[in-house]
Design a protein around this ligand. Structure first.
Ligand code: ARG
Length: 415
């Protein structure tokens, strides 16, 4: 029987050419698999047909939108996932769910390998292949662009020579990856990191400099997940979609950063993630109200590690799973309402309430009748500062006491 290879198919030039290119290089039949992670854009039935027209023996579309929103975006929200404190891991989240569907397809069609359209310079090749082999250790991975010398110019020539039903242009300025959690734009003139992004870079967001009137809404969370907007029940997918629309209209969630790739390269990337950024803002505030201080402090360490693992392609790793168990436990009381004001590029929390709140008005108030016994503070401070006080006494004994002279302290010297 002829060997079979499942290809992650996007409908674009590179993966359209890859169908014939892989067949020519390996003799294998190619099965195209497109995964819907809410990227919008072209009709997926059109994409499926194009794969067949480009020579795929089978082509199919997996609707993974709800699965992606519930099982990938929601864990990222619970983790307030922002790589380098900025990037809501948009592309990093979609790779493992796409990989899962590729592996499913490989099993279904008896394929021996899975192929993807990534280059050899980015994170996505790592994420695909580490995910694929974590799910199915026996499967081979092929990246035609990296392994079979499929350059862009060769792809254009191939498409023209074979009359493939795809528009070829040598002048496509950007490389774009998008899904319901956000959109990533790179290359072209953005590679000069001094260049400001032009208007045509953006698609999920309107210009925050010219916003419509402010939009106010109440998000209801249950165990860290948004379950209603203004009292209307929503699924995770619907919550993200509605927030994309409303926060996008206000220009919220535009991000422009130079980021550290796993493979050692710094790259400039523009992101748009209006829904994700607004949801994270609200979720984080609800955690401030419902998590105990030390628990919240430790969670921030855990969630940063979780985010790094996800960025680095370790979605299916044991450590990520263990950290997730911790994060999940912290969400026990992250339920309640957050009021958000969306305006001019910012999502601002203007109110919060929760039955599980740790905020106690009677403890916090500076008005008459508070329940906090201030006399306890004196002894607490005595003990809390004791270690440092003892150390200073010792420093003085050795002539290294703290200098109160402003000039000396600038030099970092005490004597
Ligand atoms: N740099 C981002 C990441 O590694 C996005 C990569 C997505 N690709 C793109 N064509 N912009 O997650």
């Amino acid at each position: 029987m002829t060997e079979r290879i499942v290809l992650a198919y996007s409908g674009g030039l590179d993966t359209s050419v890859a169908i014939g290119w892989i067949h020519d290089a390996t003799g294998a039949d190619v099965i195209a698999c497109a995964v819907d992670v809410g990227q919008g854009g072209e009709d997926l039935e059109v994409i499926r047909q194009r794969a067949l027209d480009c020579g795929a023996v089978e082509a199919y579309v997996a609707d993974a939108r709800d699965e992606f929103a519930s099982e990938y975006c929601m864990p990222a929200l619970k983790a307030n996932a922002l790589y380098m404190d900025a990037y809501p891991v948009v592309s990093a989240l979609s790779r493992p769910v796409i990989a899962k569907h590729l592996v499913k397809a490989a099993k279904k069609y008896g394929a021996s390998a899975v192929a993807h359209g990534c280059t050899g310079k980015g994170n996505d090749q790592v994420r695909f292949e580490v995910s694929i082999t974590s799910l199915a250790p026996g499967l081979q991975c092929i990246a035609p662009v990296r392994d079979l010398a499929l350059t862009r110019d060769k792809a254009i020539d191939y498409a023209e020579k074979h009359n493939l039903p795809i528009t070829t242009t040598k002048h496509n300025p950007f490389s774009i990856d998008q899904n319901v959690w956000g959109r990533a734009i790179e290359t072209g003139f953005l590679e000069d990191i001094w260049n400001e992004p032009t208007k045509d870079v953006y698609n999920y967001t309107d210009d925050p400099a010219f916003p419509p009137v402010a939009d106010e809404l109440v998000l209801t969370f249950d165990h860290g997940i948004p379950v209603a907007i203004d009292g209307r029940a929503v699924s995770p997918l619907e919550a993200i979609q509605e927030m994309n629309r409303r926060a996008g209209a206000q220009g919220i969630g535009r991000i422009d950063i130079v980021e550290d790739r796993l493979v050692g390269i710094k790259s400039r990337e523009i992101y748009e993630a209006p829904g994700a950024m607004a949801l994270i803002e609200a979720h984080r505030e609800l955690e401030r109200v419902t998590l105990e201080r030390e628990q919240g402090r430790f969670k921030r360490e855990v969630q940063d590690r979780w985010t790094d693992l996800v960025y680095d392609g370790q979605w299916f790793s044991p450590l990520k799973r263990s950290l997730e168990a911790f994060i999940e436990e912290t969400q026990r009381y992250v339920s309640g309402d957050v009021r958000l004001r969306l305006h001019g590029g910012r999502a601002t929390v203007t109110g919060r309430r929760s039955d599980a709140s740790l905020y106690d008005f009677n403890l916090a108030t500076y008005d008459e009748g508070d329940t906090f016994d201030q006399s306890h503070a004196k002894g607490f401070i005595e003990i809390y500062g004791l270690g440092s006080k003892q150390a200073t006494a010792r420093d003085e004994k050795f002539g290294h006491g703290p200098s109160l002279d402003p000039d000396a302290s600038n030099k970092g010297e005490n004597e």
